[in-house]
Design a protein around this ligand. Structure first.
Ligand SMILES: C[S@@+](CC[C@H](N)C(=O)[O-])C[C@H]1O[C@@H](n2cnc3c(N)ncnc32)[C@H](O)[C@@H]1O
Length: 253
């Protein structure tokens, strides 16, 4: 294990593109749950906050068979270059979406990125501003103090090329931020959304790529169980993963 790095804001980490390409269904549970919680209809206009390479946007595009107007906010060029040409790419920072008009969007989605916002309330306020009356915002992210939080801010931070410093969510924090800005019918829940793999050895390979880890696959294979629970369910290997999900609606009037 290399020397312990100080926890300070770092460059956006850029995952290896092959990680999601080679293991496209590993994170399906967390993405499907987010999509299922959103009122997605054909022809709707959707914002994906911190879209990275488009994993969430691709899921929405598939669900609506391409009949969707997708706006992907991704300021990191090395990531937004991976986005499909079917999507509109916006490079605004996630605290201020100056390229997106007010009251112009039906659904705002955020998959596991809010922890990199320098002002989470401002990001949620922007979601509210761009939504039409009656629009919906669904966001999920890591819970403070959880095993996932420790994996990211300890192991990934100390063993990846750019480090990882996330400001994770306290329980109810997401609801409070949504209510602060005016969302109604706010629902919040902590959900188990395990990552799934065909082979146990896939876990270390996927983690190495997704988190740009500098350690060997052998070292990662030994490290993961110190943070996350690995269980075999039939032919599937599951890695424990849990996220807080928040849903809120913009009032109709
Ligand atoms: C946390 S992941 C989430 C990506 C995507 N929603 C998904 O689920 O695959 C990557 C996102 O966080 C941003 N990011 C990563 N590291 C960051 C950092 N150190 N500072 C700010 N943003 C960062 C990236 O620009 C990207 O939008």
């Amino acid at each position: 294990m290399c020397e312990v790095k100080k926890l300070q804001k770092n460059q956006p980490a850029v995952s290896a593109s092959w990680a999601m390409q080679n293991y496209p269904s590993a994170r399906d549970a967390e993405r499907s749950l987010l999509i299922d919680k959103a009122p997605l209809t054909h022809g709707c206009r959707v914002v994906d906050i911190q879209a990275a390479g488009g994993y969430l946007a691709d899921g929405v595009y598939q669900k609506l068979e391409g009949d969707v107007d997708l706006i992907c906010i991704e300021p990191t060029k090395a990531l937004n270059e991976r986005l499909s040409s079917n999507y509109q790419v916006v490079e605004d920072n996630i605290e201020h979406w100056k390229s997106i008009e007010s009251k112009s969007v039906d659904v705002v989605l955020g998959l596991a990125g809010l922890h990199h916002s320098n002002n989470q309330q401002a990001t949620i306020d922007e979601a509210y501003r761009v939504l039409k009356q009656g629009g919906c915002c669904v966001i999920c992210d890591v819970m403070q103090g959880s095993s996932v939080a420790l994996w990211l801010n300890d192991y990934v931070h100390n063993n990846s090329s750019d480090g990882h410093v996330g400001s994770f969510l306290q329980p109810q924090q997401l609801s409070i931020m949504m209510k602060n800005t005016g969302f109604n019918d706010v629902q919040e829940s902590l959900e188990a959304v395990p990552w799934k793999f065909q082979e146990q050895s896939d876990v270390a390979r996927f983690f190495k790529g997704l988190f740009s880890l500098q350690t060997t696959q052998q070292e990662i294979q030994e490290a993961v169980p110190r943070y996350l629970k690995i269980t075999s369910k039939g032919d599937i290997t599951e890695v424990s993963w849990e996220l807080i999900y928040g849903v809120g609606y913009k009032p109709l009037t």
